[in-house]
Ligand binder design. Sequence first.
Ligand SMILES: Nc1ncnc2c1ncn2[C@@H]1O[C@H](COP(=O)(O)OP(=O)(O)OP(=O)(O)O)[C@@H](O)[C@H]1O
Length: 245
Amino acid sequence: MLGPHRREPFPGDPAGIDPSRAAVRLTQVTRTYGGGSSAVTGLDRVSTGIAAGAFTAVMGYSGSGKSTFLHCAAGLDRPTSGTVQLGGEDLGRLSEKQLIRFPRTRIGFVFQAFNLLPSLTVEQNITLPLRLAGAAPDHASVHGVTASVGLTGLLGCRPSELSGGQQQRVAIARALITRPEVLFADEPAGALGPDTAEDVLGLLRQAVTDPHRTVVMVTHDPAAARRRPARSPGRRPSCRVPARR
Ligand SMILES: Nc1ncnc2c1ncn2[C@@H]1O[C@H](COP(=O)(O)OP(=O)(O)OP(=O)(O)O)[C@@H](O)[C@H]1O
């Protein structure tokens, strides 16, 4: 964990990562909120690469820009300057319409607060990204992903009928249903108790056992960042947001 007075290079700095092995690359990315004297810099010229097929944990002190980093890397937010490449695609070159469609097919995102639609059933929540992308959900995929996150038998429930851990499992299934190249998770266990949190983190570590998948997770928990996925990428999985100047 970095403190506000320490600045260390990113372990995944582009200088240290083979460009062909980077699932996501940020180059000189700055994100400023507001303007004038009240402007806040969420990210300040961050350059880094996320190794493809690895489980990478993003850590840093509160307010250091972890969520901003994740949103820019996933294309959910546009940087004020700099470039983000995901799977070789420069997200800055995409139109608003293309950028909205992009996450539904190429990335999955898991939020701390689950962000499920309360009026939809578990099955409808899980298949929503497919339906928004105009694809018909096939039962084998739905049941496969549901079983992989331990939700078999709960497809007809509404989110309000589920525990927090079960709701986060639904959110993970929803993120995985499109078979994304990169799965982003922002404090996915932040709203859960320790045992449930461990289950949810285990599912994310399991997700990277698919050789074509990269997982990037923001966490405050050094233990969660240190634990290796089932198929270890062979090095310590960590990535740190440098202190803002
Ligand atoms: N929408 C916004 N409008 C204005 N400022 C923002 C906005 N989003 C983030 N910020 C600011 O940008 C900085 C980085 O915020 P960010 O949420 O990315 O940090 P974080 O490391 O994820 O924090 P935490 O660990 O507390 O969730 C903070 O100073 C925050 O106040």
